[in-house]
Design a protein around this ligand. Structure first.
Ligand SMILES: NC(=O)c1ccc[n+]([C@@H]2O[C@H](COP(=O)([O-])OP(=O)(O)OC[C@H]3O[C@@H](n4cnc5c(N)ncnc54)[C@H](O)[C@@H]3O)[C@@H](O)[C@H]2O)c1
Length: 350
């Protein structure tokens, strides 16, 4: 599999975005997050998303060089509209506001409606954590057909609705960061499996008849055949539904019900940012986080496992392992070159 230095991928993504019309700041924010997702081990939300971005821009679903606009602002409560602009810009601007308001008020509630794809949600938690804040994010995915079947259901009624929580350590890094799709696997992981020609893990997918399958290809047929299975049975299915209700409907964003808009990837996100200092717990809090996590880690390892990991540790390890090279499968590599050509840069090499 071809392997690329992160800087090479970053430069490629930046140049393709600039060819799409993005100003330099926007192009760099997109590249930062996509390559950052690859570095964190989440190829599903890495540079492999770029061809979809190019296609959606041409289709008119992704608006270039947009910024958030304010819908409601009462100090600690802010609702923003992302105007179908790049989520990498909208997410950063929304978190800038969340950080400022949480520092002023102790807690901030920021709703972001109608953003184009905001990518790996942990990226936004990391922005809050870098400012010393804890954060909670409910997110829905609207604007395309449903992907995930509810518990007991044989067709899809919501998407992979991610949920994320992080708490800060003292060094600007998360003490723990839980960032997960509410489906057993993210859709991008089915795409990576399809591109590599390998099966998805057992129990993660149903076919068009509602039967469990490991073949991801039906998910990419038109019309789509099958659905992802929600994680955690009724509990994960329930959390995905709450992401629709809290992450979208509560802040005035679109749920996935009755979508008739052209294909796009719209995310709505409700963020709660919390300043530990406002709770009187800043002193010694990080020490308690670390001590508690160490105590959990010390659980005797169960048969079939090698170790007990905390949320966020697989991503930290991936960053160390991938710092000097990120593998890109052949299909994704070809799709990236085609995307560059589609954006007007057939000369770009990777
Ligand atoms: N923007 C969107 O529309 C959208 C939609 C869905 C998913 N996503 C993103 O997709 C990414 C991938 O989601 P996912 O659910 O496939 O992630 P995942 O299953 O790889 O990891 C989920 C969480 O579990 C933790 N984890 C993983 N393995 C662990 C282990 N062995 N022990 C302890 N903890 C462990 C990880 O640190 C992470 O916090 C996320 O970054 C998510 O934000 C985005």
């Amino acid at each position: 599999m071809p392997t690329f230095h992160p800087d090479v991928l970053h430069s490629f993504v930046t140049q393709v975005c600039e060819a799409m019309g993005s100003q330099s700041v926007e192009a760099n924010l997109v590249a930062d997050q996509l390559v950052g997702a690859n570095l964190a081990g989440h190829d599903s939300h890495g540079v492999g998303m770029l061809p979809a971005y190019v296609g959606m821009k041409e289709f008119g679903s992704l608006q270039i060089n947009q910024h958030v606009s304010t819908v409601i602002d009462t100090g600690g409560v802010v609702v923003l509209d992302g105007n179908s602009g790049f989520g990498q810009v909208n997410g950063k601007e929304a978190m800038d506001i969340a950080v400022e308001r949480a520092r002023a008020n102790g807690v901030a509630l920021v709703g972001l409606r109608n953003s184009f794809h905001i990518g790996r949600i942990g990226h936004w938690a990391e922005q809050c954590v870098a400012a010393g804040l804890a954060s909670i994010h409910f997110v829905n995915v609207a604007g395309h057909s449903a992907l995930v079947a509810p518990y007991g259901g044989a067709d899809a009624r919501f998407a992979t609705n991610p949920f994320c929580v992080a708490v800060p350590a003292t060094d600007g890094q998360p003490a723990a960061l839980l960032d997960m799709a509410t489906s057993k696997i993210a859709m991008g992981k089915a795409r990576v499996a399809k591109n590599k020609g390998v099966p998805v893990p057992d129990g993660t997918l149903i076919d068009g008849e509602g039967r469990v399958t490991t073949d991801p290809r039906g998910m990419f047929e038109d019309p789509r055949q099958g659905a992802l299975i929600a994680m955690g049975d009724h509990k994960g299915s329930g959390l995905a539904i709450m992401c629709e209700l809290v992450g979208a409907a509560l802040i005035g964003g679109p749920t996935l019900r009755g979508q008739d808009r052209p294909p796009t990837i719209i995310n709505n996100m409700l963020t709660i940012a919390i300043d530990p200092a406002a709770l009187g717990g800043a002193d010694g809090l990080a020490t308690e986080f670390d001590a508690y996590l160490d105590w959990v880690r010390a659980s005797p390892v169960r048969e079939g496992f090698d170790e007990v990991l905390m949320p966020g540790e697989p991503e930290q390890r991936a960053r160390l392992a991938r710092a000097e090279g990120i593998e890109v499968d052949d299909t994704t590599h070809q799709e990236l070159l085609a995307a560059a050509a589609q954006a007007g840069r057939p000369d770009l090499k990777l």
